[in-house]
Design a binder for this molecule. Structure first.
Ligand code: FAD
Length: 376
């Protein structure tokens, strides 16, 4: 039955590739359409907490993630001026057992290379930007900017914050600038000149924060993301190059330990943070959304990618469980919306792990076994 159900996943991000990997294992014919001509090694890292790594383990990817990234030993929150430790979270063997998976930092380019191994070869059609979607004789017809077209029984919009699929599900509504921009810099650890840093530190200022962390188990590559208030964003680009001096200046007055790290920064890019009003309309007919396409996250809890991966696992389970697509989507939404709403609220408040924090509800969650919501 599932073999006849063709699923078109739009977007080869974290959520799209995870969904395709699970759907193929459930017997669906899943294909991924990605607008980019290829994956590129953009200058950014990402934190994958235990609720992500345990899901990706089911696609056979955990070892690859750990090999390409780093199993972090700890996360430290420090005050911007005095350097006082406000909280420390240790990720030792005991924590890994309790949470059910490791806490990994990884370069986004390396993450994509690992994720690609979770889907059958030939699954991803690059250079396919979705421009139109039409209902035809019980199927959906996808039209791409390169002139190609495809048919599917189900379309999953995993196409990020500027989702095209979302326009067909919920109507056109451009995302809003969230009033902050993020400096992102990756540099070789040797530029620290022997200065030792913990695996991950969040420096908490009054209106800004900076998060330096290692990207590899060799601890030879550092990523430092610094988020600051900004009046607006007037570029059409996803990011623009920035001056290292501008980054350093934005954190002038912060503790000497952070200054030491920022002095090691070499090349920097500046990224806008966009957001949307919450809208719980995630599906329509045979179209459904996941990840940033339906619920963008401010990047203050390191949870946007995590929510996309959890969505993908739950949506795949619902599609495998219910023959009726509408019932599958209802179950998916009812299961996901309460948890995602809570994570969105915490991300906006920017309070996660600032001080002592109960983390089990977030990290122990397993999207592959968590109960699905009961639907009438
Ligand atoms: C500064 C910053 C730091 C962050 N740090 C973290 C972190 O540490 N941990 C974490 O979990 N999350 C983090 N996030 C959030 C995380 O990056 C996103 O929530 C996550 O990438 C969303 O995944 P996704 O699969 O929904 O979408 P995306 O990763 O955005 O993927 C969407 C894909 O769809 C493609 N696409 C778009 N439109 C089309 C189209 N029309 N046709 C075909 N393809 C299309 C895009 O090219 C892209 O490949 C951060 C975000 C920011 C901005």
């Amino acid at each position: 039955m599932n073999q006849q159900r063709r699923v078109a996943v739009v977007g080869a991000g974290l959520g799209g590739l995870t969904a395709a990997g699970f759907l193929q294992r459930y017997g669906f014919a899943a294909k991924v359409y990605e607008q980019a001509p290829a994956f590129s090694r953009i200058g950014a890292g990402i934190i994958l907490s235990a609720n992500v790594t345990k899901v990706l383990r089911r696609l056979g990817l955990e070892d690859g993630l750990v090999a390409a990234g780093i199993k972090s030993k700890s996360y430290v929150s420090r005050a911007w001026d005095t350097g006082e430790t406000m909280a420390e979270f240790v990720f030792d063997a005991e924590a890994e057992r309790r949470y059910g998976g490791p806490y990994v930092h990884i370069h986004r380019g390396d993450l994509h290379a690992v994720l690609e191994r979770g889907v059958a070869s030939g699954t991803i059609a690059f250079d396919h930007q979705l421009v139109d979607l039409k209902e035809t004789r019980g199927a959906l017809r996808l039209i791409f900017a390169n002139g190609a077209a495809a048919e599917a029984d189900i379309v999953i919009g995993a196409d990020g914050i500027r989702s095209k699929v979302r326009e067909f599900v919920a109507g056109p509504e451009p995302p809003q600038f969230a009033g902050v921009t993020a400096y992102r810099a990756i540099f070789p650890a040797e530029r620290l000149d022997g200065f030792k840093i913990p695996d991950c530190t969040k420096w908490w200022g009054t209106d800004r924060h900076c998060l330096p962390y290692y990207l590899t188990g060799r601890r030879d590559e550092v990523y430092a993301i610094g988020v600051c208030p900004a009046d607006g964003w007037d570029s059409d680009e996803a990011s623009v190059p920035a001056m290292r001096e501008q980054y350093i200046e934005s954190f002038a007055g912060f503790h000497a330990d952070l200054q030491r790290v920022l002095q090691a920064v070499d090349t920097v890019s500046l990224w806008p943070v966009f957001d949307r009003e919450r809208n719980d309309r995630w599906s329509d007919g045979r179209m459904v959304l996941l990840g940033d396409a339906c619920h963008p996250m401010r990047p203050f809890m390191a949870a946007g990618g995590a929510m996309a991966v959890e969505d993908a696992a739950i949506l795949s389970r619902c599609l495998a469980e219910f023959d009726d697509v509408a019932a599958a989507f209802r179950c998916y939404e009812a299961t996901r919306i309460p948890r995602v709403g809570k994570v969105q609220d915490i991300s906006i408040a920017n309070t996660w792990m600032r001080g002592p924090t109960e983390t089990d509800w977030f990290y122990c969650y397993d999207a592959c076994t968590a109960p699905l919501a009961q639907i009438p």
